[in-house]
Design a protein around this ligand. Structure first.
Ligand SMILES: Nc1nc2c(c(=O)[nH]1)N(C=O)[C@@H](CNc1ccc(C(=O)N[C@@H](CCC(=O)O)C(=O)O)cc1)CN2
Ligand SMILES: Nc1ncnc2c1ncn2[C@@H]1O[C@H](COP(=O)(O)OP(=O)(O)OP(=O)(O)O)[C@@H](O)[C@H]1O
Length: 208
């Protein structure tokens, strides 16, 4: 039996209740949880994905219209993350300035590069698309944070590099919108360096 079949991501929209890491020395368990959550996300069919991404994207746009941050950090989707590129285009038409995260070093916070949909892109060493022409900007005052997993307290599980945690460590913290599918919710203990996100946006949430 695969992790994906034990923890269906598609049908109910309910949390992946079988996915949990409760011990605090759980490096191995966290690796297993990451694999399970990735597999569960891969299982989501295209039709659901398109519908869910539209709902998540609409909430992001509504949030941006209310808050109007000077720059919004977004992300280029990898590994089956919600694809919000249609919403990014809508945001830019509404006057938003966007920036994409760039890994500059394994131990550093993320850098952010100004980005407009349609800019020429290249694949970086992490396998992520980044602008070919890098115009670095300051850390944005608001950002979307893609989550491989999240827990009920708003803590996030990423791919294990600690990049977003390092990026969010410095005060004043940016406003953070965690982006995930509802089935990526899991039980795990957060580490001391983990920074809780302000809100998690999913296909079943209604962000105010
Ligand atoms: N869309 C998106 N962009 C992002 C991030 C992200 O989580 N999502 N990042 C957030 O930090 C940064 C990139 N960090 C990344 C960290 C790991 C992997 C990755 O594919 N890791 C492999 C394992 C590689 C290994 O073990 O050596 C994997 O998870 O399969 C990709 C991006 C900046 N851009
Ligand atoms: N603020 C920080 N300062 C220094 N190192 C940190 C910080 N935050 C995280 N790290 C390092 O990053 C490692 C990975 O962290 P963690 O397992 O929480 O990654 P993640 O949040 O899942 O990954 P990512 O944010 O890249 O998607 C930690 O073991 C820790 O050593």
């Amino acid at each position: 039996m695969t992790g994906a079949s034990r923890i269906p991501c598609g049908s109910s929209g309910l949390p992946a209740s079988g996915a949990s890491v409760t011990s605090s020395n759980g490096d191995e368990a966290k690796r297993a949880l990451r694999a399970t959550l990735k597999a569960a996300r891969r299982e989501i069919g295209l039709e659901k994905r398109v519908q869910w991404d539209a709902h998540i994207g609409a909430q992001v746009v509504a949030w941006w219209r209310r808050r109007q941050p000077s720059v919004l950090g977004v992300y280029w989707p990898v590994h089956g993350e919600p694809d919000l590129r249609a919403a990014y285009s809508e945001l830019v038409q509404a006057g938003a300035q966007l920036a994409l995260p760039v890994v500059v070093s394994r131990d550093a916070p993320l850098a952010f590069a100004a980005w407009t949909p349609g800019d020429p892109m290249v694949t970086d060493g992490m396998g992520v698309q980044v602008p070919g022409d890098l115009h670095f900007v300051e850390r944005p005052p608001a950002m979307l944070v893609p989550c491989l997993g999240f827990n009920a307290d708003g803590y996030r599980l990423g791919y294990g590099g600690g990049f977003y945690d390092r990026t969010l460590a410095a005060q004043p913290r940016p406003a953070t919108l965690g982006i995930a599918y509802a089935c990526q919710q899991a039980l795990f203990a957060h580490a001391a360096h983990d920074v809780p996100l302000d809100v998690i946006v999913t296909e079943i949430s209604q962000v105010r």
